[in-house]
Design a protein around this ligand. Structure first.
Ligand code: SD4
Length: 329
């Protein structure tokens, strides 16, 4: 793990544009890089883990028509929850080792309100149930069968989340797996999304079916406030992707936001978070772990132990819906 490669580039017509992160940090003599105040903050803006351009496009549509960051992140991640070709989120997500699709999701707003569902079955949009938990109950997390019952009470419909494809893959897995759960670095399509609206307010959401063929009952980081997602409207927001156990152990997203509070840029904070985890996992290459962050000024950063990690960023700042690569090797 001595070799570290940082690659940050963009596609889709962004050549020649200086990133907000670059503009926003300056090196002063004998001092580490310090964040500079940006006079014209970039907003609105939305970012999400991985290359989910339809999700950022949807979130952007909400922001661009004056919607709140909370509505934007909810509607943005719902695109992936409904997409059956995304086999780690919502409908079409891969099941646990007993063949049940169990979903985790959370959402957090500018005021620190948050809602979460864990081990939720038969509901396509766990993020919206999480929002209902936030808005309709005095609680933060609802789990399992009771969360499902709550969802029906709130008007959600029951739906089989297995598809022909995931059912068939599960059947194949059963033949060779010896019923053993392994950490699969290819299982990387969880969506975490952050947004800033026209008022400069930040919100975030995260949703997943978790690790494929996990032990039944397993809950990952994605629905855990502070681990898979954290927002502090004074500072910024962060979300995580990858092996949830590592993110929970380090309270990852909270860590990234606190590092930004102490003066790191989103990029620096994400790199520091990943490095801390890798230090404890020296030599391991069998898992991926990544963070995505945004600060109050609209600067973004992302970093992941996964060759080919990208995140999506959508702003009106001349580089609409761009893809950014940034990874640790
Ligand atoms: C989990 N963090 O359940 C999720 C999985 C993930 O990209 O992010 N995959 O551990």
């Amino acid at each position: 793990m001595e070799r570290r490669k940082f690659l940050k580039n963009s596609s889709l017509g962004t050549v020649g544009i200086v990133s907000a992160s670059a503009l926003a940090s300056c090196k002063t003599e004998n001092k580490p890089e310090a964040p500079m105040t940006i006079s014209t903050p970039i907003r609105p803006i939305t970012v999400c883990t991985w290359n989910f351009h339809n999700a950022t496009a949807k979130a952007w549509e909400v922001l661009n028509s004056g919607g709140t960051s909370l509505d934007a992140v909810e509607q943005g991640v719902m695109v992936e929850e409904a997409d059956v070709t995304n086999e780690t989120v919502g409908k079409g997500g891969r099941p646990d080792r007993d063949g049940n699709v169990t979903l985790d999701a959370c959402i957090m707003d500018k005021d620190g309100n948050c809602g979460s569902v864990v081990y939720l079955q038969n509901i396509v949009h766990p993020v919206s149930v999480a929002r209902k938990v936030m808005e309709e109950t005095p609680h933060i997390i609802l789990a399992g069968k009771a969360a499902e019952k709550f969802a029906y009470e709130q008007g959600f419909q029951k739906e089989d989340l297995l598809t022909e494809s995931t059912r068939m893959q599960y059947g194949e897995w059963l033949k060779t797996s010896k019923y053993e759960t392994t950490i699969n670095i290819e299982n990387h399509d969880t969506i975490g999304m952050l947004a800033i609206d026209k008022n400069g307010d930040i919100a975030g959401a995260c949703t997943t079916s978790g690790m494929a063929y996990k032990v039944a009952g397993r809950v990952g980081d994605s629905p855990i406030i502070g681990a898979g997602l954290y927002v502090d409207n004074e500072v910024g927001g962060a979300t995580a992707t990858g092996v949830g156990e590592e993110v929970i152990r380090t309270v990852g997203s909270f860590l990234i936001v606190e590092l930004m509070r102490q003066g790191m840029s989103p990029q620096e904070a994400c790199e520091e978070g990943v490095k801390r985890i890798m230090k404890k996992n020296e030599g391991r290459k069998d898992f991926q772990i990544g963070f995505l962050a945004i600060n109050k000024q609209g600067e973004t950063g992302g970093y992941c132990v996964h060759p080919g990690f990208t995140y999506r960023e959508y702003t009106e700042n001349g580089h609409d819906n761009k893809e950014v690569s940034s990874f640790y090797e």
